[in-house]
Design a protein around this ligand. Sequence first.
Ligand code: BYC
Length: 317
Amino acid sequence: MSLNGLIMIATDTERELEFQAKIDRGEVIEPKDWMPERYRKQLIRMMSQHAHSEVVGMLPEGNWITRAPSLARKAILLAKVQDEGGHGLYIYSAAETLGIDRGEMIDQLHTGKAKYSSIFNYPTLNWADIGAIGWLVDGAAIVNQTALAKCSYGPYSRAMIRICKEENFHHKQGYQMLAYMMRGTKEQQEMAQDSMNRFWWPALMMFGPSDTDSPNSAELMRWKVKLYSNDDLRQRFIDRTVPQAEAIGLVIPDPKLKFNETTRHYEHGEIDWQEFKNVVSGNGPCNRERLRARVKADADGKWVRDAAEAYAKKHMN
Ligand code: BYC
């Protein structure tokens, strides 16, 4: 190897050490700062998947806009679904600061190269599912995103601050809807419990595989992209959600769930990781339907993008 080559290696190692020292001092990394290629790639992977989740997440809820039982519920649901679209846009923009184009990220979603959250591959079968998504799915997202709001990459952490505020509204409207149903007729109570039974375990899976099975966690935690492990965040979600379920009379569908007086945490039953793997690898109940809907929406919207581009070109000349 040439002397020049050796000098470059030494320089890169020094830069990586300085980068790590910066992270350890709690400093924030901004787009123009030097960063290891692997840090950039990991953030693009995670942020693009996050943005895709927000956008794909509009589909199961969007299905219910025309079937909302009252004008007020319809207005709330419309606002929530629009918020999710906005979250996707903030996060795509934040990811673009890492040198990737939004079109490329969307292509990765459409060709199955990029993932999105497993939770959106489950169907919404009844109106209570809209409550469960707000309470459990947004509730899980808040636990995860409150931590991400303190992550080391500036544009991502700043996007999370506004997103978390909106997710809090989503979470409260979902819980309020289920609380209302649990005070209603026997049929409403059964519908709410049925939804809880179907969404509880998939919500726990949102936090990703258990720590011993999470290939990306160690690196992401060293770089303070992740501040807590998948299992720690899952536990935090369980601890805060179980008392909320009990307060409105919903039963958690886990016979092994019990509060440990010594650790002050809930212990839970085994998560079905085989189901998680199936869903993540494209074989969940709605994977194909969700991707088809996104690909169609993209194709249907092409004329708008073309028109905007033609207009921009005309006015730039
Ligand atoms: N679903 O090494 P691991 C919302 C993948 S939307 C699918 O632990 P990592 C909302 C993982 O990508 C909020 N895939 O990964 C919207 C990796 O595969 P690749 C969504 C999953 O990155 C509308 C492999 O499994 N929130 O709030 O260290 C309506 C190994 O995992 C999942 C976010 O996206 C999963 N659940 O940790 C309502 C948060 N879990 O990429 C609500 C941002 C794992 O190596 N993302 N995988 O092929 C994160 O915090 C992290 O990426 C994760 C995974 C905790 C999800």
